[in-house]
Design a protein around this ligand. Structure first.
Ligand code: GLY
Length: 420
């Protein structure tokens, strides 16, 4: 029997901890720092790399890293140097997410489909370029900016404001010392996540996120207000094309450049005229995509993560998935992604049907009462034999959960229905 340490505190880490706990091979699942829903929390923050390594050593843990920040800081290298078993990409491999410029140049030199781009560190030069450029653009801060560093611009004024915000006002600090200006393509977005062991990449189930705060994809971007899996937006032939031209190409090109990618590789895909383009890479599971994906997973998750960490995915059979659809509706604090109140007691957990599961994110257990403690609070996740029934099941479970400042989108999964 093995102990596992899951690093992180969001809905993704609750889902990872929950799924690992169902493995017959696992004795204890610790989550650091965890949230109000995770069972055995360890009071260590995700950037306390030494503390996490000490804990993993003392408890003899296999460690799974959830979020990007510790990956970008080199937590996996730190564990590897101490022979502590760990799942996640190295600091070098994590550059695919930690530097958008690195990722774009990598894609360009390896002919991985993405949009045209230019790099700037000078606001005036960036504005000159935008003024004379005839296409709509997206402006991105180079480094990690908690999902807020991507600004989709409708006109030159918006582009100039984005340039000022990142390069002059330093809204993202060092993460915005350089920007990318890239062509904007308007198509359909989907998430394609693969499990990689440095040599091969096996696809996880497909999914689609809902990044904007309001229904019909209106309002500012958030970390994700809901997701469902699988998504009909990616059909069989598109899936093969993404796997070959993007995922496999990324892994083999990384290897050719001397970097083994072990971990989850997430390609944010834009589909335009049936062709996939990489909008961005992430080097981890998506949040909230992880929640509906793991709800559908039938295989032993631990076996796959462990094999990936050892470069032995080729020894395992294909991953097995439930045929059901799964939908995750994020319940957020009113005001998110701006300012919001925390500390509201949440009720209704005892009324949730067994076909649904509530993944906690921004929650805290205060003497047995679950309180809101963040922007994205809960991910109500449900299965259904059709996408429509999974949507209905997720929303009927969501209604049972109440607190004073609860906010949700009411159209999660709906955009998938038109593709069926
Ligand atoms: N759901 C998007 C992300 O995890 O970055």
């Amino acid at each position: 029997m093995v102990n596992v340490l899951v690093v992180g505190s969001g809905g993704r880490e609750h889902a990872i901890s929950w799924k690992l706990a169902s493995s017959d091979l696992i004795e204890n699942v610790f989550t650091a720092p965890g949230n109000g829903g995770t069972i055995q929390n360890v009071d260590l923050s995700v950037d306390d790399i030494e503390g996490l390594a000490e804990f993993a050593k003392e408890k003899n843990c296999f460690t799974v890293i959830g979020p990007e920040a510790p990956l970008a800081a080199g937590i996996v290298d730190f564990f590897n140097e101490r022979n502590l078993p760990v799942f996640g990409p190295s600091k070098d491999a994590a550059q695919l997410e930690s530097s958008k410029i690195w990722a774009k140049e990598f894609m360009k030199r390896n002919s991985i489909p993405t949009t045209n781009f230019k790099i700037f560190d000078d606001a005036e030069q960036a504005k000159e370029f935008v003024k004379s450029y005839e296409k709509s653009v997206v402006i991105k801060a180079d480094g990690l900016a908690s999902g807020k560093g991507v600004i989709v611009c409708n006109d030159v004024d918006e582009a100039n404001n984005a340039i000022d915000k990142i390069l002059i006002e330093n809204a993202f600090g060092d993460a915005g010392s350089k920007i990318i200006i890239e062509d904007r393509i308007d198509g359909v977005e989907a998430s394609y996540i693969a499990l990689c062991d440095g040599k091969i990449a096996i696809p996880m189930a497909t999914s689609q996120d809902h990044k904007r705060i309001f229904d019909e994809d209106k309002g500012p971007n958030t970390g994700g207000m809901g997701a469902y899996s699988p998504t009909p937006v990616i059909d069989e032939s598109l899936s093969v094309e993404i796997q070959e031209k993007i995922i496999d190409k990324t892994i083999t090109s990384m290897k050719k450049e001397g970097i083994e990618f072990r971990g989850f590789l997430y390609a944010g895909i834009m589909i335009k005229d049936d062709k996939p383009f990489v909008l961005e890479y992430n080097v981890r599971m998506g949040d909230p995509e992880c929640q509906p994906i793991l709800m559908r997973l039938d295989s032993d998750f631990y076996k796959y993560l462990h094999a990936a960490s050892e470069g032995k995915l080729n020894k395992l059979p294909p991953i097995s998935w439930k045929n059901d659809y799964s939908v995750c509706v994020v319940l957020a604090s009113k005001g998110y992604p701006g300012s919001y109140k925390i500390g509201d007691p949440i009720s209704g957990f005892d009324k949730i049907p067994s076909s649904s599961f509530i993944f906690h994110a921004g929650t805290k257990n205060v003497n047995g009462i679950i309180e809101s403690n963040g922007g994205r609070v809960l991910g109500v996740t449900a299965l259904g034999s059709t996408l429509q029934s999974a949507i209905q099941n997720a929303y009927s479970a969501s209604e049972k959960i109440q607190w004073d400042n609860k906010f949700q989108r009411n159209d999660i999964g709906k955009k998938g229905l038109s593709f069926l």
